[in-house]
Write a protein of this length. Structure first.
Length: 306
């Protein structure tokens, strides 16, 4: 732990009295230290505010008046410590708070899992339903491949209350975290966890939806990640030399796992051109997202079976 030396970014923080003072300081600090964002929020204001509110055990729904709140000496020490861990040590905010949010749903997270963030948050209740018979109202079975914390399997179970949802991951530590989240969401009767490399160790089943946010970053990109992203399990990022290692296996195995009307939906990051080229014969469909990234592709069962 650094002391208050002249080079210490926290050397002159004793004068910061209110939460608003600390928030303004944190925003400038994030910018000056080139902190990587995107795991909890996409801008310094939102992430710093979240981290400060959580550290002070204040509601995330607090209105602007909370910024005038004066901090006690103990609170200032707590805030200084958590910002030091975030900005100097580059620990992701979600690992500091031990939680991540997808919409209204909270998930426990720690260093055993990638921090939940996915376009499926908007697509599961939106565009995805348009590809399902009866808009998914009679959907019976779904699976989340590379489930990590279990978050997407849980979102599927909440969205389709009659469905059984399998959740697969090769990582034992990740599945230990998924157990916590399935229990906290009280979905143990409908969300079933499997340790497996894609479908290798999963009992035979036919799925209406096979969904996945797999490792898709090319290895060379993973080698150059910012410290915050490097703090996450490499297994959750590294998709092999071209990013397609898991995706190829998933699409190959999906042929025998889909119901006749079933779909495979995969989040692929920046691989759209590569996917369109390699899997052109499968006619991938690209689902529109609010920010225009459109990085989630969908394959229909009849195309996969050729």
């Amino acid at each position: 732990m650094k002391g208050n030396s002249p080079s210490d970014p926290f050397a002159r923080t004793d004068a910061l009295a209110t939460l608003g003072d600390w928030l303004r300081f944190a925003e400038k600090l994030y910018t000056r230290e080139n902190v990587a964002l995107g795991q909890v929020a996409t801008n310094a204001h939102d992430e710093a505010l979240y981290l400060l509110l959580r550290t002070l055990k204040l509601s995330l729904e607090s209105d602007a008046s909370v910024l005038t709140r004066k901090l006690t000496p103990v609170e200032r020490a707590d805030v200084r410590d958590v910002l030091r861990r975030r900005v100097v040590d580059r620990v992701p905010a979600a690992y500091l708070t031990r939680e991540a949010w997808l919409g209204e749903h909270r998930f426990y997270v720690d260093e055993r899992v990638i921090i939940p963030r996915s376009y499926f948050l908007e697509l599961i209740p939106g565009a995805l339903r348009d590809w399902l018979p009866d808009h998914g109202r009679r959907l019976k079975r779904a699976v989340d491949v590379c489930t990590g914390s279990g978050c997407l399997a849980i979102l599927l179970a909440h969205e389709f209350p009659r469905a059984v949802v399998d959740a697969i991951d090769v990582s034992t530590p990740a599945l230990d975290v998924a157990v916590i989240n399935v229990r906290e969401h009280r979905l143990g009767q409908r969300v079933h966890l499997f340790q497996s490399d894609v479908f290798d160790e999963v009992p035979a089943a036919r799925y209406d939806i096979i969904l996945s946010n797999p490792p898709y970053e090319p290895s060379r990109h993973v080698d150059r990640q910012a410290p915050e992203f490097a703090a996450e399990p490499r297994l959750a990022h590294d998709g092999g030399p071209d990013g397609l290692m898991i995706i190829r296996k998933l699409l190959h195995q999906a042929k025998g796992r889909l119901a006749p009307h079933g779909i495979v939906v995969i989040e692929v990051g920046g691989l759209r051109k590569v996917i369109d080229r390699e899997f052109k014969a499968l006619e991938p469909h690209w689902l529109p997202t609010q920010d225009g990234s459109d990085c989630v592709c969908l394959f229909e069962a009849e195309r996969l079976r050729g």
